[in-house]
Ligand binder design. Structure first.
Ligand code: FAD
Length: 416
């Protein structure tokens, strides 16, 4: 049997795996990426946050992405009835990138992986991790099934599990734990957006809020296609009858703002229905491995934090593993879990407060407070580690307290 010996095995060639691979390759480490699909492959997660641009830039992948010409995203629009809440990333509390992309992930991830292959990174497509055995010292032996169903073994000093929804190590090591985010599900597809209006209206990314738990995303791409998707309580989406195409057609009628634009358009693929997508794990690392991206945590699509979390954790895991390979000691609990969970906890509060309605109260309260808006905008741009921002530092209280004050003010006004 073929046996390979390397420093780091990376499972999955999504944004998380590619960012880790790019960093480690630049450091001259011996790595291999195994990816079970043939690229390009579809995956959901098309709206990025400015923060992730820093990661692509740092590992040298930004120029390849820029060359492709993805649709630029300068902010995000939230609609509720007649009220519009526009966030502009150039008007945010924290310094940093003020734009990013909204992109079909088949193309986006393919650009990343192709760039790495061109640089000489070993990516084995259609090779699937089927088993991992860890030795006491943290080194591991991984069994890989190739495209011909032959199995070979990789001996690695470290593993980065960036297998996304594959969740390779959480499954094999029983690391899953229930998420604390309330259960929601999603139905989504792409359309050829033939009724797309001219100008900004045609390209702006929008979240149409239908009720407390239900919202509709519209993500226009530069290739003329648009991603459309509904998120709602699992039971609510389950209550629609028929195929996913029929469900999607019925759901579209709920968006007064967009129904005319998307009515009657063919779906480019049968809508995908993902149930109870939030995921969590008991630990983010162990002896010889680190979990990054969706393999570790996934909260909710409402603030598009998935890819940014994937690249943030990927670059950090790659840096810490590089230190260990160079003979330095790493405090994984503080430097990995401590850091990552700070950001996850901030986003987690915002997701939870979205579904309690408190954050929606802040978004749609009029007149808007521009200071509050700049601070919330920084969070929505992914700058969730900046403790000079009160909406980061006091995330667990500030949204709740401000929403309470707004509600009290409304009640007082009504009683006058
Ligand atoms: P992935 O991109 O999933 O890549 C993992 C790779 O690992 C895949 O290519 C897979 O084939 C490979 N793999 C899996 N198992 C194995 C195996 N056994 N062996 C080898 N390879 C394997 N995020 C955003 O940032 N913006 C959004 O707008 C957004 N919308 C979302 C909407 C919904 C409904 C959902 C559910 C999620 C959304 N996300 C969004 C989250 C986003 O999909 C993920 O956070 C993101 O794709 C994570 O990237 P990753 O690199 O960790 O994993």
């Amino acid at each position: 049997m073929n046996e390979i010996r390397i420093d780091v095995l990376i499972i999955g060639a999504g944004p998380s795996g590619c960012v880790s691979a790019s960093y480690l390759h630049k450091q001259g480490k011996k790595i291999k990426v195994v990816e079970k699909s043939k690229f390009p492959r579809f995956v959901i997660g098309e709206s990025l946050l400015p923060r992730c641009m820093e990661h692509f830039e740092e590992v040298g992948l930004l120029d390849a992405l820029k060359d492709f010409g993805f649709e630029k995203k300068h902010g995000a629009r939230f609609l509720r009835g007649d009220i519009v809440c526009n966030f502009d990333f150039s008007k945010k509390h924290t310094e940093g990138w003020d734009w990013t992309w909204q992109a079909p992930r088949a193309d986006f991830d393919n650009v990343l992986a192709t760039e790495l292959v061109n640089r000489g990174v070993d990516i084995a497509f259609q090779h699937e991790v089927v088993d991992v055995v860890f030795n006491e010292d943290g080194t591991s032996v991984t069994s890989i099934k190739d495209e011909n169903n032959s199995v070979y073994k990789i001996h690695a000093k470290h593993i980065i599990d960036s297998s996304g929804y594959g969740r390779v190590l959480p499954r094999l090591l029983d690391l899953d734990k229930p998420s604390t985010i309330p259960e929601h599900s999603s139905i989504f597809t792409h359309v050829k957006d033939t009724n797309r209006p001219e100008g900004e209206e045609g390209t702006i990314i929008t979240f149409d809020v239908l009720d407390l738990d239900t919202w509709f995303w519209v993500i226009p791409f530069s290739n003329g296609d648009t991603s459309i998707g509904f998120v709602g309580k699992t039971a609510f989406l389950d209550s629609f009858k028929g195929s996913t195409t029929e469900k999607m057609q019925q759901l579209l009628k709920h968006s007064k703002y967009y129904y005319k634009r998307f009515e009657g358009l063919d779906f480019k693929f049968p809508p995908v229905h993902i149930k109870n997508y939030s995921k969590s794990v008991k630990q983010l690392y162990g002896k010889g491995y680190a979990l990054t991206g969706n393999s570790a945590e996934f909260l909710d699509p409402v603030f598009s934090s998935g890819v940014t979390f994937a690249t943030e954790s990927a670059i950090l895991a790659a840096k810490l593993i590089t230190k260990e390979l160079n003979g330095e000691t790493v405090d994984w609990e503080t430097d990995y879990t401590g850091y990552i969970m700070k950001g996850v906890n901030v986003f987690s509060t915002y997701v939870k407060e979205w579904y309690t309605g408190n954050l929606q109260t802040l978004f749609f309260h009029r007149p808007e407070n521009q200071d509050v808006k700049r601070q919330i905008c920084a969070v929505l741009a992914g700058y969730v580690w900046d403790e000079t921002n009160p909406f980061v530092k006091k995330h667990d209280k500030i949204v709740k307290n401000l929403a309470y004050l707004i509600d009290m003010g409304k009640k007082e006004k009504a009683n006058q």
